[in-house]
Design a protein around this ligand. Structure first.
Ligand SMILES: *Cc1c(COP(=O)(O)O)cnc(C)c1O
Length: 434
């Protein structure tokens, strides 16, 4: 799961005492474990080694360039969804031929930037987008590769509506019927070579089955397309592999791979390239968010624990109804958690809402949550916050963003400094007539 564990009632990130770290760095802070990040990447790479995939880490899940660099150094490609993410991928030293670029609204400037960078594939989301990228490539006298994003019309019933993307009714990709016409129409373009199929059915997906259904449909489509003379050289099966928000909730990488790999073998044997786009399964358990208790407040029969972090630093609870295990960083022996779950059964727990300082009733990290007794000044750890945490943070209510710290064994390094008030107004300091 991860390297955030209690020793004698004190939470450590690898070999770094979190309370000591908070003394030096202040709160709130994001803390990442190198060992966890690399471990999740390595397990995925090993699990799928038989089909030797390009593993394009999804930058949008957690984009700090120092974390991306650790993965790029291990051979990861990058999955980007904007010019800004492509810029991050470049700073991280990722190989551009291993970059895939997804997203329904790529601008002309972003398309030019990606063609210049010579990325591996554009994931194509619509006819209009194909025509635009092809025209820009032609203007530039360049050639680019396109992977048509196909919407296989499958979904994991456990996936939240806001993160389900594999159904017909989402804005992403085209359905199978339209994919056939797409290839008929655009499949022979010289500048944007449509030579791959892209799937991404949503996230998180807690079993191999939806992938199996989607890949089966994609392979049938590829067979048909090949019979019609189209060359399909790559199949991108997307991301969405789950993470342990609760102990052992997510299948192991090997569990997904066991069911998926046999399907991919023939395609791979025939010289095809397999692409994966994992984000959260690598990043989520690699990071935690640490906040300090400011006040305890009773409201009717409800107890509120008010901390110095909230929806502005981690929006998942309010945006997706997401569960994050939250626990004090220092606890009595009886309250050392034996696992992370929604229902903790130790003696002496108190049910609380854990809320932030933002002026929104949606500013909560947890509701009706059993928690050991805490007091003003105590630290709380929000676990499994590495993915879709810092990247979705904001300056709402003019609160500076927290720093990011990378732990490697007993070493801790500030990889993004805490914002200061000047950062909040820097872009407003000068005005220009336009
Ligand atoms: C968000 C996204 C991913 C990564 O999803 P995870 O759940 O973080 O693995 C992969 N591919 C595409 C196209 C995405 O939009």
């Amino acid at each position: 799961m991860d390297a955030f564990n209690y020793r004698n009632g004190q939470l450590f990130a690898e070999d770094v005492n979190i309370d000591d770290l908070a003394q030096r760095v202040g709160t709130p802070m994001y803390v990442y474990s190198r060992k966890t990040l690399e471990g999740h990447y390595d397990r995925l790479a090993q699990a799928f080694a038989e089909v030797d995939p390009i593993i394009c880490y999804s930058i949008k899940s957690c984009g700090n360039i120092h974390l991306c660099k650790l993965l790029a150094d291990r051979g990861a490609g990058m999955d980007v969804v904007s010019g800004g993410e492509l810029y991050r991928a470049q700073l991280a030293g990722a190989s551009m031929s291993k970059v895939v670029y997804a997203g329904v609204g790529k601008t002309d400037a972003e398309i030019r930037q990606a063609i210049e960078a010579k990325i591996g594939w554009f994931n194509i989301e619509s006819e209009a987008e194909f025509e635009n990228i092809a025209a820009i490539a032609k203007q530039m006298g360049a050639k680019a590769n396109g992977a048509l994003r196909v919407n296989p019309d499958v979904a994991d019933p456990k996936t939240h509506a806001k993160t389900a993307t594999g159904k017909k009714e989402t804005k992403f990709g085209v359905d199978i019927e339209r994919a056939r016409r797409f290839f008929e129409h655009y499949g022979r373009d010289k500048h944007l070579r449509l030579n791959a199929i892209h799937l991404h059915i949503g996230s998180p997906i807690y079993s191999a089955e939806p992938y199996v259904l989607a890949i089966t449909k994609a392979l049938e489509l590829i067979d048909e397309l090949r019979k019609q003379g189209h060359e399909i050289t790559a199949l991108d099966i997307g991301g969405g592999f789950a993470a342990d928000y609760e102990s052992s909730a997510a299948p192991e990488a090997a569990t997904y791979a066991k069911d998926i790999i046999p399907l991919l073998h023939p395609f791979k044997k025939a010289g095809g390239t397999i692409i994966l786009e994992p984000g959260r399964t690598i990043a989520a358990n690699s990071g935690v968010l640490i906040g300090r208790v400011q006040y305890i407040k009773m409201g009717g029969s409800k107890k509120f624990v008010i901390v110095d972090t909230g929806m502005h630093h981690l929006i998942r609870p309010t945006l997706y109804d997401a569960f994050h295990f939250i626990w004090p960083t220092k606890v009595a022996p009886m309250h050392v958690p034996t696992g992370r779950s929604k229902t903790m059964t130790q003696q002496g727990l108190e049910t609380s809402d854990i809320v932030g300082p933002i002026c929104e009733s949606g500013d909560f990290l947890a509701k009706d949550r059993p928690l050991p007794p805490v007091a003003r000044g105590d630290l709380l750890c929000v676990f499994t916050a590495g993915a879709y945490g810092m990247v979705m943070s904001s300056n709402y209510n003019a609160v500076p963003r927290p720093p990011e710290v990378l732990v490697d064994g007993s070493k801790a390094t500030l990889i993004r400094k805490r914002e200061v008030y000047e950062d909040l107004v820097a872009a407003e300091r000068t005005t220009t007539a336009v």
